[in-house]
Design a protein around this ligand. Structure first.
Ligand SMILES: *[C@@H]1O[C@H](CO)[C@@H](O)[C@H](O)[C@H]1NC(C)=O
Length: 169
């Protein structure tokens, strides 16, 4: 009997936790999404929001896969298709090569009335937003990101120099 009560209590708790998760899921701040501290597969590796033909940006980001981009890619690409009223009909996000990022910008398809905007960005899960016009359908390369990676190397140079000095003296 005690065991039954315990099982019941656990079941109630699980339902409570599940429903709490469900309500929380309605307002996720995707900017706060931090990659887990799993080991990086190779230097300068990064992740992108990745989805194929999601109905809108929320559903893309919400269910996006969490995996490292392949070694031959350097950027995150986003393709956004929307109606003349600005309603999203398709969102696709993926890791991309520099060549794939040559096609950024917005194109209006007169036959369907749809507009397709493509943007690229550089950096860890940088493709949170979707492009909607010529201002944001761009190839955004973040120099700060590269610099912050580079600075880690320069920090070690004085250390290396002092270690060498001690050894040589
Ligand atoms: C482009 O879209 C962004 C975000 O939707 C908006 O804030 C901005 O005003 C738009 N720019 C132009 C030129 O329409």
């Amino acid at each position: 009997m005690l065991l039954f009560c315990h099982t019941l209590a656990v079941a109630f708790l699980q339902i409570f936790v599940l429903s709490a998760n469900w309500t929380l899921a309605k307002n996720i701040n995707f900017y706060n999404v931090r990659p887990p501290l799993d080991p990086t597969p190779f230097p300068n590796s990064f992740k992108c929001f990745t989805c194929d033909d999601a109905v809108d940006n929320y559903n893309c980001n919400r269910w996006a896969e969490d995996k490292w981009c392949p070694k031959n890619t350097q950027y995150c690409l986003t393709v956004h298709l929307f109606t003349s009223y600005g309603k999203s009909t398709s969102v696709t996000k993926k890791c991309a090569t520099r060549d794939e990022c040559h096609f950024v910008g917005c194109r209006h398809h007169r036959d369907t009335g749809y507009t397709e905007c493509v943007s690229c960005c550089e950096g860890m899960i940088c493709n949170v937003e979707i492009p909607t016009n010529h201002t944001n359908a761009v190839f955004a390369v973040m120099h700060a990101w590269r610099m912050s990676h580079g600075s880690r190397r320069t920090v070690n140079v004085p250390l290396l120099a002092s270690v060498l000095a001690v050894v040589l003296l």
